[in-house]
Ligand binder design. Structure first.
Ligand code: UD1
Ligand code: CA
Length: 447
């Protein structure tokens, strides 16, 4: 069956007290909206329509960054969830299939759950996703009669008796496109908020004798983000799920609660992640690698059997090949560290390639920036860079080259050559002690 999703993301989210549209606040490093869009992608929605309004330009940019195929529609005035869905009507004209309405601020709905809803469409015209609320508060209440969903009652319009219902509306609704828009035509705004409620389509469908039902999911899955507190809760839920998933996939986490994953972190099996490791977006770690404590990684790729950290920082474009080693207080940016190469201590490697088996000594700095432009450094195979060297890019050191400790390298070093650029060492026998004695005597004389 063809599926289209309509993601509602036009609301202001005033309780966030933010200049940023609510759906752009981040969970696991990615805008909340991306989490919902990922769910849409996972059910292979043919069309994803994002309804934007408040902060619509930024929301639209973020949606298109996630998927250039997303369709953006504007809801200029926020007249309610039903009105928001109506904005997608033109784009779904003639669409033969089901529409799943999702919320941009409800990031954790699982694709499996949507599949269950779509399956239940067999015998029902409308399927709503519900949950048993511990604290039903302002949620819409699902009025059931056996398996039949009769109506959704918005809390503000409920009688005290109706408010006692704990089976609540998550907001997710699934219906054939043509029926959805036909039902919406009959929705008015005669309610406490004066809004066009999407939820009203249930009672209208029942009045037309169409079968409706509700599928149940856990409350955690429909967690909606309305405040900074909710955002923190959502982050915690994501992290808990990501840690469990990593361990289920064969990753060792020595202290799971201290490891922070991103939206899209990929980690192979038999990897070991030590305590207090942070993953930003776009990180892939292959099997057998070890990420030691207190390392910070983003936008990087770590191949099999690499060792990173403790206290290492891999920035975007860091590419570690088989068995490479990056040690403590080392920062790598836009650089490839080829198989077996080592950068073990206190170095900055930016805009570079370090060839197979090379060794970058402690405190080496790749001087990639001249204040205006960035330049590349090319290090061949089996090169040895002595400690405390500065490589001033653009520069290259060919295979088997050797840079003596403390050198500032400003010209290319040919294959197998030794480069040494520092003041010559002078030894003066006995002078050290004589100087010290003179200083001590001068101090004693003052007293
Ligand atoms: C809505 C449901 C309620 C459900 C709850 C679950 C309605 C009328 N009520 O209530 O039954 O229990 O969600 O969280 O649907 N939005 C727009 N344009 C609008 C209004 C809203 O795009 O004009 C978007 C919001 O950005 C948000 C979503 O729709 O992503 C839900 O809107 P919100 O105002 O939060 O609805 P609730 O009152 O929470
Ligand atoms: Ca809400």
């Amino acid at each position: 069956m063809n599926i289209a999703t309509v993601i509602l993301a036009a609301g202001q989210g005033s309780r966030m007290k933010s200049d940023l549209p609510k759906v752009l606040h981040k969970i696991a490093g990615a805008p909340m909206l991306w989490h919902t869009m990922q769910c849409a992608a996972q059910i292979e929605a043919e069309k994803t329509i994002v309804v934007v309004g408040h902060g619509g330009e930024a929301t639209s940019d973020a949606a298109l960054e996630y998927s250039a195929d997303a369709k953006i529609v504007w809801q200029v005035e926020q007249n309610g969830t039903g009105h928001a869905v109506q904005q997608a009507k033109n784009d779904l004209e003639g669409f033969e299939g089901d529409v799943v309405v999702l919320y941009g601020d409800t990031p954790f709905v699982k694709p499996e759950t949507l599949q269950k809803m779509l399956a239940a469409r067999d015998r029902n015209s409308l399927v709503v996703l519900g949950f048993e609320a511990a604290n039903p508060g302002g949620y819409g209440r699902l009025q059931m009669n056996g398996d039949s969903l009769e109506a959704i009652l918005e809390a503000k319009d409920c009688t005290p008796e109706q408010l006692r219902i704990t089976f609540c509306n998550s907001g997710v609704i699934c219906a054939p496109a043509s029926l959805l828009f036909s039902l919406l035509e009959d929705v008015g705004n005669d309610n406490a908020n004066g809004e066009v409620y999407l939820t009203d389509i249930i009672a209208i469908a029942r009045a037309r004798d169409l079968p409706c039902t509700a599928i149940t999911c856990s409350e955690a899955e429909t967690l909606g983000v309305n405040s900074r507190q909710n955002l923190a809760q959502a982050e915690a839920v994501f992290q808990q799920n990501a840690r469990t998933a990593a361990m289920e996939n064969g990753v060792t986490l020595t202290a799971p609660d201290t490891v922070h994953f991103a939206f899209d972190t990929h980690i192979g099996r038999d990897t070991i992640i030590e305590p207090n490791v942070f993953f930003g977006l776009e990180v892939t770690i292959e099997s057998g690698a070890t990420i030691r404590a207190f390392s910070h990684l983003e936008g990087c790729h770590v191949a099999r059997n690499c060792v990173v950290g403790p206290y290492a920082r891999l920035r975007p474009g860091a590419e570690l090949d088989l068995g490479a080693k990056v040690g403590n207080f080392v920062e790598i940016k836009a650089a490839q560290i080829e198989a077996g190469a080592k950068v073990n201590h206190l170095s900055y490697v930016g805009d570079a390639r370090v060839g197979e088996g090379s060794n970058i000594g402690a405190g080496t700095i790749f001087c990639n920036y001249d204040g205006v432009n960035k330049h590349h450094t090319e290090i061949g195979k089996r090169v040895f860079i002595g400690s405390n060297s500065a490589l001033v890019a653009p520069v290259s050191i060919a295979d088997d080259g050797f840079v003596a400790t403390g050198s500032v390298v400003t010209a290319d070093v040919p294959e197998g050559a030794l480069a040494i650029a520092r003041a010559r060492l002078v030894i003066k026998p006995g002078l050290g002690k004589r100087m010290m004695d003179r200083l001590k005597a001068a101090k004693a004389a003052k007293k």
